[in-house]
Design a protein around this ligand. Structure first.
Ligand SMILES: *Cc1c(COP(=O)(O)O)cnc(C)c1O
Length: 400
């Protein structure tokens, strides 16, 4: 067996980012705001660069994507007890943000292509009366964003996009994160930009930006924002928004900033590995891969596949067999959540599991992370393991 690459290996921190961080530490100024007329420093610079990159007016830098999601809900007017729609395939911090805001989650089904089911969305919106959708582009899969936007407009639903897996992705040439009222990104090590922790909320709405900046904890120094909303918008909110201390610090910005220009080459690298392994798996009977529509350009730093014919017990055996062969497969079907993966039955605050199809799909759903820089040989070795491990069951049957 060839040595397997470490699938958990995060994107490399460029030398220029390390130099930025050291220079910053030498000044000791590791808080973003300064009373005596600071300029906002590196965090403000990152906000400007990110808003330019995404083509949105405002960017508010915070300490995590989970914080950004919470602030987006607050700014959308969600109050404790309000129902909020969310697709029943996502990561724990997303239902966690709803829990934080006191919202009541309304789960929406997904399709076998791992995207939100628009018919179920319409129905759940009507039945629950929910007026906000927290849409996670989970694992980088985009639904038909034109159809979704039309549905949201027709039903009066405010869209918040969770773009933790879609920095660099687009639908028909329009970037993910530019369809909703606001969109949230993660700079956590496992995502497209590795700054350890960190998040960004982007919006074109001055009132949303004002609330996010104030709630994130700008004291009265919000004019040092990289993309300050007009003074009237700040004046509307500045006595009404509590300080939740969710700011990004300049050390994180120092690490994140030089990585923005690396995104196109990173995306090409991830997609090449993804497409090579996906093509191998798709050719093997028993494996099912999500269909990728032509309108979607993805930034696929992970790969999803299902073994739809398997039972829960068989899935566990498959996952164990892959791991024993050196490939850390994640699984969304485990009864007890492990690592980063969980399913709706395990989310706090979710009382009624009203998304049985999404739950059933996740029982046979696996996932691997794709580190940058995989050689074609490494991709093939990974694919070999994923395929080989699937034959273990058959062999056992044959010898029985
Ligand atoms: C990682 C992740 C988040 C949260 O990001 P943090 O920066 O860790 O808070 C939200 N949604 C999805 C889909 C994620 O994978």
């Amino acid at each position: 067996m060839p040595d397997m690459p470490d699938l958990g290996c995060p994107p490399e921190i460029p030398d220029s980012a390390i130099a930025n961080a050291i220079a910053l530490m030498e000044t000791g100024r590791l808080h973003r705001y300064a009373e005596a007329g600071g300029s906002g420093g590196l965090v403000a610079e990152l906000e400007r660069a990110f808003s330019r990159l995404m083509g949105r007016r405002y960017a508010a830098a915070v300490n995590s994507c989970g914080s950004a999601l919470f602030l987006a809900l607050k700014a959308a007017g969600v109050r404790p007890g309000d129902p909020v729609l969310l697709n029943a395939f996502t990561l724990g911090p997303v239902p966690g943000a709803l829990d934080h805001a006191g919202a009541t989650p309304v789960l929406v089904e997904i399709t076998e292509d791992l995207v939100i089911d628009l018919d179920d969305l319409r129905q759940k919106a009507r039945v629950s009366g929910a007026r906000v959708l927290m849409l996670s582009h989970m694992r980088g899969h985009l639904c038909d964003m034109e159809a979704l936007t039309a549905l949201c407009n027709a039903e009066g639903i405010t869209l918040i996009e969770d773009c933790a897996h879609t920095l660099g992705a687009a639908w028909n040439g329009r970037q993910a994160g530019t369809f909703g009222q606001s969109a949230c990104f993660s700079f956590q090590s496992g995502k497209h930009v590795n700054a350890g922790e960190g998040g960004m909320l982007i919006t074109d709405d001055a009132d949303v930006a004002a609330q996010a900046i104030l709630h994130s904890g700008s004291y009265m120094l919000y004019a040092q924002s990289g993309t300050p909303p007009p003074a009237e918008a700040m004046a509307r909110w500045h006595r009404r928004c509590g300080n939740y201390s969710m700011r990004m610090g300049p050390l994180v910005a120092a690490l994140a900033l030089p990585q923005l220009s690396l995104l196109p080459e990173r995306v090409a690298d991830w997609n090449a590995s993804h497409d090579r392994i996906a093509a191998r798996l798709a050719s093997v009977p028993g494996f099912a891969l999500p269909h990728r529509p032509e309108a979607e350009s993805y930034a696929q730093s992970s790969l999803q596949f299902r073994l739809p014919d398997r039972s829960l017990t068989e899935m566990r055996a498959y996952v164990d067999a892959c791991r024993a062969r050196g490939v850390w497969v994640k699984w969304f079907g485990a009864e007890i959540p492990e690592g980063y993966s969980s399913n709706p039955a395990q989310w706090p605050g979710v009382e009624a599991i009203d998304a049985p199809r999404a739950c059933a799909i996740q029982v046979t759903l696996c996932d691997i992370r794709l580190p940058l820089g995989l050689s074609v040989e490494a991709c093939d070795a990974i694919a070999d393991v994923l395929i080989e491990a699937a034959t273990v069951k058959e062999r056992r049957h044959a010898s029985a």
